[in-house]
Design a protein around this ligand. Sequence first.
Ligand code: KIV
Length: 254
Amino acid sequence: MMGSTKVTAESIRAMKTRGKKIAALTAYDFPTTKLLDEAGIPLILVGDSLGMVVLGYPDTTHVTMEEMEHHVRAAARAKPCALLGADLPYRGYETTDDAVVNARRLVAAGAEAVKAEGGRTILDQVRAVVAAGIPYIGHLGMLPQSIHEEGRYHIKGKKENEREALVADAITLAEAGAFAIVLELVTPPVAKEITETIPVPTIGIGSGPDCDGQILVTNDLIGTFPWFTPRFVKPKLNVAEQMRSAVFEWMRSI
Ligand code: KIV
């Protein structure tokens, strides 16, 4: 179904009130953004997962502001009805000034909302971005930009102190003006508790079914990055295999 009305941060927020599940996917280029938009996805994210699934980096800590801007520009050229979000990259929001300057750069490139990783530890930055009038998406749970400190990507919320911290972070982000919060690899009962506690939508990834919406890296969903697929993803296509067959068939035909 092709969307026709422009999606705003407010309309994403209102989907929670209406009980309408929010389907969100990533895109890093013009055609993917256009295809997702034509399918009616209301929230498209130029995620810094860009680093792995497009740019070939081992993790998201290598992604630069310039790379984010380049891909946000490409995605924005699709002029989606969907709300186009973009990640503030690693070390892109260490101070309130960094956060606002870089959020503005992403907006100038075509983003309509920005996302950063963390809760109370980046509260000043979140408040500064919101005060600058830029719609803000929170990101809690497993934080990929902290991979070097954490050592591995692991599930959050199993321990009581983690549960308490996640709930407190989510409440704080919502109070600071985040219009949605991504919960990545949060134990399903804690994701459910947060969803029932805060007034803004939770968008889960590997955090069970009881979030207000779900987000996936599109490449994982359609199988264009076959060398690694997260355990919680059930791919709907195997594009990599189809591509190999098509290339092989063409090669033999010339
Ligand atoms: O970088 C990304 O793509 C993300 C989403 C998967 C939540 O942060």
